[in-house]
Design a protein around this ligand. Structure first.
Ligand code: CS2
Length: 442
């Protein structure tokens, strides 16, 4: 069977919303993962289709070539398959105009970053890359230096609170305060569930398109982008593609990180311990939905201030609905990765806020106890569980996890009530497993 390419595109029922190659490059994207291909790329292609402009994307793969090579073989074309319980809706994207490899061609990436025609740099580099010594950050700094003051916005799309501020602090520490005169650091909240692609994804793409697509991604129907409007130069008309521009990104971020990502991580650890391979299967375990509803209602919701016009209760319901999508097959072990980088903003902030308000967040403590058990590396039935985390060695060596100050806020280790709660859950999980423990909940 033929491969997806510019040549085979004409014969397909599905075409990009813009003609590939027509728009010039205006965006550099760092982090060519599945999420970027199903999120920023889709918004940007739609923005060009509706609002015009030279906003094609030059995408940079930081280290692995596993996405880069198939994309290049396909003239940078790929499909996004939107999955729900009933059907697969394919869409072919053609918004990428270049694809580069940071590890193999740092000079090429630096030149792109320095190009004054590039007015926006978007980033999905994951939580752990927000550090002064990550390779991709070093390269970004070199590129900025080479711009000589040409205005640009660095738009972080990682799941971190105040992600733009975080990036700004890192960049200012390298290049000095004067850099902010030409560089904007808008905060943004991104949301779409996009599991890592598998052979199953490629098979689905082939069935839907009639050609082979080794760069396809599958995603849920829901997609959201909330952005602070702080762009010193121009930007794509993302609002025409459904993005929300607001001064209040912070309350959206907190809502999404604590509710969607917090419950996602809860399902990942509890589910992995119970042997559930995917998020929807974890949610379907006996007692799990009720436990997650209580977690949302009694622990998470009181720590949130809803963005204007939004009901927290309905948001919570929609999150559980999205997680029950059986077609996504999002692996619990994928979401469980990098726990030390994710839990502070997803769970520990909730616990800290509830403790400060004098409450005992029981369900949040259960989730933390589940992570602690997960870290020890055995599921309830004794099956080994992998620990994929940049701090894995320290986690394995720590006599008491709460003492790890790279992860836990000060005060957790001395909080006797929290410790007692964690102890109790730890023992329950040890004796009865996840399903037994959930079954005994009120
Ligand atoms: C997930 C997120 O892997 C994870 O940690 O919780 O990637 C999640 O799917 C996205 O943030 C949804 O927007």
């Amino acid at each position: 069977m033929e491969r997806l390419s510019r040549r085979t595109l004409d014969g397909l029922d599905h075409r990009p919303a813009i003609r590939p190659g027509d728009a010039g490059v205006g965006v550099v994207h760092l982090g060519l993962g599945a999420f970027h291909r199903a999120h920023q790329a889709v918004f940007t292609e739609d923005a060009i289709a509706k609002g015009g402009g030279d906003w094609a994307i030059a995408a940079v793969a930081p280290s692995s070539r596993s996405v880069l090579d198939p994309l290049i073989e396909q003239d940078l074309l790929y499909s996004v398959l939107t999955l729900d319980a009933e059907r697969v809706r394919p869409r072919v994207l053609g918004v990428h105009a270049a694809a580069l490899h940071a590890a193999g061609d740092p000079a090429g990436v630096e030149a792109r970053l320095a190009d004054p025609a590039v007015r926006v740099v978007t980033l999905t580099v994951t939580e752990k890359a927000y550090s002064r010594d990550s390779a991709i950050f070093r390269l970004l700094v070199r590129g900025l230096r080479a711009r000589g003051g040409a205005p640009v916005a660095l738009l972080s799309c990682d799941n971190l609170p105040s992600n733009g501020r975080r990036l700004r602090e890192l960049v200012v520490a390298e290049l000095g305060e004067s850099i902010v005169e030409s560089v904007g650091f808008p905060c943004s909240m991104v949301d779409r569930i996009v599991p890592a692609s598998t052979e199953g994804t490629y098979a689905m793409a082939q069935a839907a398109l009639g050609v082979v697509d080794r760069a396809a991604v599958a995603a849920e129907p829901f997609s959201q982008w909330v952005i602070e409007d702080d762009f010193p130069a121009d930007r794509p008309a993302w609002e025409l593609a459904g993005a929300i521009f607001t001064d209040d990104v912070a309350s959206w971020e907190r809502l999404k990180l604590r509710m969607l990502n917090g419950v996602h991580s809860a399902l990942a650890y509890l589910g992995a311990l119970a042997g559930a391979p995917t998020i929807d299967r974890a949610l379907a375990l006996p007692g799990m939905r009720a436990a997650m509803e209580s977690f949302i209602r009694t622990d998470i919701a009181p720590t949130l201030r809803p963005p204007e016009g939004l009901s927290i209760q309905r948001y919570g319901e929609s999150v559980l609905e999205r997680f029950s999508n059986p077609a996504l097959r999002h692996r619990t072990l994928q979401v469980a990765m990098d726990g030390t980088q994710k839990l502070p903003q997803r769970l520990l902030g909730t616990i800290a806020d509830r403790r400060a308000a004098g409450a005992t967040p029981r369900y949040a403590a259960l989730v933390l106890a589940a992570w602690m058990r997960f870290v020890r590396g055995r599921a309830d039935d004794g099956t080994p569980l992998p620990l994929d985390d940049p701090l894995a060695d320290r986690l394995r060596a720590a006599p008491s996890l709460l003492e790890l100050d790279a992860v836990f806020p000060p005060g957790f280790a001395d909080d006797a009530e929290l410790r007692a709660e964690l102890d109790e859950w730890g023992k329950a999980l040890q004796r009865h497993g996840v399903v037994g423990t959930l079954g005994a909940l009120p």
